[in-house]
Design a protein around this ligand. Structure first.
Ligand code: TXA
Ligand code: MG
Length: 333
């Protein structure tokens, strides 16, 4: 199969130490050649990311299937890490493992461990196959800001700093990959995502630990932050809170949970609310919440919203990851 003109141009740009925006199933990535320090320095500069914060290295499909391909990047792969990779790659799961010597310590933020993932998006996989190497890629947003889930959000954030932005449509999952630290004796979930701790526990036969002391900016208290303030509310508190804020002169955006709403009613303003209230998203499931979360936060900033009231979803499935991101977005800066 021959790659499209855009994919070939993007692979060419990566070889020339340039930056490329590309879709994954979670969020859009800002890609650079993971073995080229010049490209990596450019990546950190564009993102405004401190040099000691590691980025994820994305690998092609072969790494999920062929143990040899993984060992190009990882110095030792525990049986648990191998099982997780075999089961979920390509997919929204990043494994932190000991880095092989050849992995640039610019990409690892100076650590001797590296985060690896095979993304489940046809365009990302085509690009990885065409480039035939590892692509270092943080989410394609400036440090601390909301991750992009569309190509236009990437272009809006970086403009002509990027050689090309590949458009793969809106990201299916919508929140970043689950990160599992596999360097210790017992796997630990460093960042929740669509692959849940329960799913990992079921596969491995033992529940993973939650959290860890590794340097991960996605785990900083304040991250994923829009310009507007974010306040979390229980579903039953939303209308009373809106009533209390009425007439206060603030423009308010709501992210609401309504399991009873039909597809055609979604996004329509709820009756009885003030004109100063903008419906940012109406979601019915945790998967819909994850899918719409970041575009809703971006929409709030575009609409000049002062305060976002975000309903707390149930914690099942990707709900735990949504709550994790909402808490960080709501955290004091
Ligand atoms: O879904 C995703 O993971 C997206 C897409 C583009 O793949 N990428 C992403 O990258 O969210 P980024 O850089 O925004 O977040 C990566 C997280 C950071 O919190 C980083 O610190 C952590 O992964 N990480 C990477 N390597 C690590 C390592 N060796 N040890 C601990 N944490 C690591
Ligand atoms: Mg990020």
């Amino acid at each position: 199969m021959s790659a499209s003109v855009e994919i070939r141009a993007a692979a060419e740009a990566l070889r020339a130490a340039q930056l490329v925006g590309f879709p994954t199933e979670t969020v859009y990535g800002l890609g650079a050649d993971a073995t080229n320090p010049e490209a990596l320095h450019r990546l950190y500069a564009a993102k405004g990311r401190p040099a000691d914060h590691p980025v994820i290295v994305h690998l092609g499909e072969r790494a999920g299937l062929d143990p040899g391909a993984l060992e190009d990047w990882a110095a030792d792969v525990s049986p648990a890490a191998r099982r997780l990779a075999e089961h979920w790659w390509p997919g929204p799961l990043t494994l932190v493992v000991r880095a092989a010597d050849r992995v640039s310590r610019v990409a690892t933020g100076g650590l001797d461990t590296v985060g690896l993932r095979v993304p489940a998006h046809p365009i990302a996989l085509e690009l990885l196959a065409e480039f035939d190497g590892g692509i270092a890629a943080p989410s394609a947003n400036r440090f601390g800001r909301v991750s992009p889930t569309t190509a236009s959000a990437v272009s809006a954030e970086f403009g002509d700093e990027l050689a090309i932005v590949l458009d793969g449509g809106p990201c299916a999952v919508g929140v970043e990959s689950t990160i599992v630290d596999c360097t210790g004796s017992h796997p630990a979930v460093l960042r929740p995502g669509a692959v849940t701790a329960e799913m990992i526990g079921e596969l491995l036969g033992v529940p993973p630990r939650i959290g860890g002391s590794t340097r991960a900016p996605g785990t900083l208290a304040s991250h994923y932050a829009p310009l507007a303030r974010v306040e979390l509310v229980d579903p039953s508190e939303l209308e009373p809170r809106l009533a209390a804020l009425r007439g206060g002169g603030q423009r308010i955006g709501v992210l609401e949970w309504r399991s009873d709403v039909s597809e055609s009613e979604r996004g329509r303003p709820s009756a009885g609310r003030a004109d100063s209230v903008v419906t940012l998203a109406t979601v019915r499931t945790t998967a819909e919440y994850a899918h719409e979360l970041y575009s809703a936060l971006r929409k709030a900033d575009e609409c000049g919203v002062d305060l976002i009231l975000a309903v707390v979803p149930p914690l099942d499935g990707v709900g735990a990851a949504v709550v994790d991101r909402l808490r960080r977005a709501a955290s004091d800066r």
